[in-house]
Design a binder for this molecule. Structure first.
Ligand SMILES: CC(C)(COP(=O)(O)OP(=O)(O)OC[C@H]1O[C@@H](n2cnc3c(N)ncnc32)[C@H](O)[C@@H]1OP(=O)(O)O)[C@@H](O)C(=O)NCCC(=O)NCCS
Length: 153
């Protein structure tokens, strides 16, 4: 059975194992540098199958929004609703803190890269809408879309 619980500092190894299985989405800099650092500073939730971490979402508050720092579900568990459960946990975090927007950014749809088409489909299915597009000089992410979801509080 899958359970969702608040992320603890000692969940880092399990989270990094899941991130390590998502190399089509998270490059080596994300997996080896950015995610480990951010895990020390962000809050979040983990999905566990028994006691094994199979998914995670991290959150931080900025500009009056709850922002998703990182989200990932182990490929063996995709399309079973776990990502949706993690978004639901983030929405609860928004409500508990009286913040009515949940936001993040991802690769824009002008970039033809199948893994992120799935990511965008996921976010749009869960009610996120684009509020800003920008071109970047990052070759790994030439177009970025900022997306958010209104949370009734
Ligand atoms: C995005 C992610 C967290 C979704 O997790 P998940 O547990 O598979 O998500 P859910 O099962 O709750 O939702 C699945 C929905 O997302 C969409 N979706 C997911 N994968 C898809 C795919 N390959 N093609 C099309 N739609 C897809 C569909 O709408 C799907 O609903 P359906 O199965 O009823 O058709 C997971 O795919 C993942 O770990 N991706 C890699 C990391 C990532 O993209 N992080 C965000 C970076 S910005």
């Amino acid at each position: 059975m899958i359970t969702i619980s608040q992320m603890r500092r000692d969940d880092s190894h399990g989270i990094l194992d899941v991130a390590g299985a998502l190399t089509e989405w998270f490059d080596i800099d994300a997996r080896k540098r950015a995610i480990p650092i951010d895990l020390c500073f962000q809050e979040g939730y983990v999905a566990k199958d028994e006691c094994c971490i199979v998914g995670f979402i991290t959150l931080y508050v900025a500009e009056g929004r709850v922002n998703i720092g990182w989200i990932g579900v182990h490929p063996a568990y995709h399309r079973k609703g776990i990502g949706g459960d993690l978004i639901a946990a983030a929405e609860l975090f928004c409500r508990e803190n009286g913040i009515n927007e949940l936001a993040t950014y991802t690769l824009g749809d002008s970039v033809d890269y199948a893994p992120y088409q799935a990511t965008r489909a996921f976010y749009f299915k869960h009610g996120f809408q684009i509020y800003q597009r920008s071109q970047t000089d990052n070759p790994g992410c030439p177009e970025e879309i900022r997306i958010k979801k209104y949370i009734r509080i």
